[in-house]
Design a protein around this ligand. Structure first.
Ligand code: HMG
Length: 388
């Protein structure tokens, strides 16, 4: 039985800051941000969008009533948790009106957790072929104003429906994975900002990729020639390229050109959004599928997932016949078209705004927020959510 991604949609808030403006304001040569890091724009979340609403809005790009009735597992991958106890997935389950007889949990391992969710979903479908699983990956990346990591922030979510006989990508079985205890990036409970050893994290990302790639080739008895395209976790678009370049000499020059061209397509959306942690790899996949004109059914796509701390996994999927028709290309184009550029001063103001942390009450208006699901306030230490 084929199991895999039947639907995939993303959401990002309606505000963004231009990287040229940010560079100018930080006294940096703009080319460092746009070429050296490879980011053009960075999504900025208003107070009315948090990881819960971003995830709900991503799922609303494709969810229909038949799916609402058949989803019996909701897995929410995030490292921007809003509660130490209650799963963010429960709020989304409610906002989306999914039938009640479902399991719902939140999962954490930095940017990797959505991949763990995807693999668990696959196992669940293998045992329950008529079920559907909603996998959510949602994050707001914050390193702090004027830090080296600032240029690699972002906000957004990807939602995926996992099922038997998927319409988009069927997952293969021979993935390779690794766990090692390293301190390249982490966020203690008391800090709203990530701590990071930037250069070390880059080196570890590549080392993990090389290790799982070698492991995969032995396990699956395949080579780079067997791949139409590779997608990478994209903390910034240059990062995946650095990893890809370490293995390109394993194939012909024509294949190298093709892989690099398709890599560019996988970065089109992320370049305008930034790092969305758990969702970044999957945003890259949507970007690849919606922007490439050469991919076709039967092609094998490889995916490298990396979550600091750290876990790495390389896994693969095969594009299904007619996959193009199952994509949400127009909806995603509209999400980009609705976006509004903000100045660096406006971004800084939004960045420092917080919901009350002392139990006081706040009611928020959605008059400037076009998203269907939004944070409508906070009362008695509880977040309030509304769906239009
Ligand atoms: P930095 O020190 O500001 O930048 O930090 P740099 O000096 O290394 O320069 C960056 C690149 O710009 C270099 O290119 C420069 O040469 C180039 P490279 O040599 O690397 O190819 N450059 C220029 N290019 C064109 N014109 C110019 C120019 N000037 C310089 N004028 C860093 C960069 C990414 C380290 C920083 O932003 C950071 O710490 N970010 C956060 C950490 C991160 O993203 N790590 C990635 C791997 S870990 C990961 O992916 C996991 C993560 O997503 C978290 C999770 O799992 O939850 C982060």
């Amino acid at each position: 039985m084929k199991i895999g991604i039947d639907q995939i949609g993303f959401y990002t808030p309606q505000y963004f800051v231009d990287m040229n403006d940010l560079a100018e304001s930080r006294g940096v040569e703009p080319a460092k941000f746009t070429i050296g890091i490879g980011q053009s724009e960075m999504a900025v979340a208003p107070l009315t969008q948090d990881p819960v609403t971003l995830a709900a809005n991503a799922a609303l790009t494709f969810l229909d009533d038949e799916m609402r009735e058949s989803i019996d597992l909701v897995l929410f991958g995030t490292e921007t948790g809003i509660d130490q106890s209650k799963s963010a997935g429960i709020y989304v389950h409610d906002l989306l009106d999914i039938q009640p007889y479902a399991r719902t949990v939140e999962m954490k391992q930095a940017c990797y957790s959505a991949t763990a969710a995807l693999q668990l979903a696959k196992g669940h479908i293998a045992l329950n072929p008529n079920s559907k699983v909603l996998v959510l990956a949602s994050d707001i990346a914050r390193y702090g104003l004027s830090t080296a990591g600032e240029v690699t922030q972002g906000a957004g979510a990807v939602a995926m429906l996992i099922s038997a006989n998927p319409r988009i990508l069927s997952l293969e079985n021979d993935s390779a994975y690794i766990t090692k205890d390293i301190m390249d990036f982490w966020r203690p409970n008391y800090s709203p900002y990530a701590y990071v050893d930037g250069k070390y994290s880059n080196d570890q990302y590549i080392a993990f990729f090389n290790e799982v790639w070698e492991q995969y080739k032995g396990k699956a008895n395949r080579s780079l020639d067997d791949f139409a395209a590779l997608c990478f976790h994209l903390p910034y678009t240059k990062m995946g390229l650095k990893a890809l370049r370490t293995i390109l000499d394993e194939t012909s020059e024509a294949n190298q050109d093709r892989l690099q061209q398709l890599y560019e397509h996988s970065t089109t959306y992320g370049r305008k959004i930034g790092n969305i942690y758990t969702a970044s790899l999957y945003l890259g996949l949507v970007s690849l599928l919606e922007n490439s004109e050469t991919l076709q059914a039967g092609d094998r796509v490889g995916l490298f997932s990396y979550g600091s701390g750290a876990v790495g996994e390389f896994f693969t999927g095969i594009l299904e016949e007619g996959y193009e028709e199952a994509l949400q290309k127009d909806t995603h184009r509209n999400i980009f078209a609705q976006r509004e550029k903000v100045s660096v001063a406006q971004y800084e103001e939004m960045f420092t705004e917080r919901l009350p942390e002392d139990g006081s009450e706040i009611m928020l208006s959605n008059e400037n927020d076009p998203a269907p699901a939004y944070v409508s306030g906070m009362k008695d230490h509880m977040r309030l959510y509304t769906r239009k």
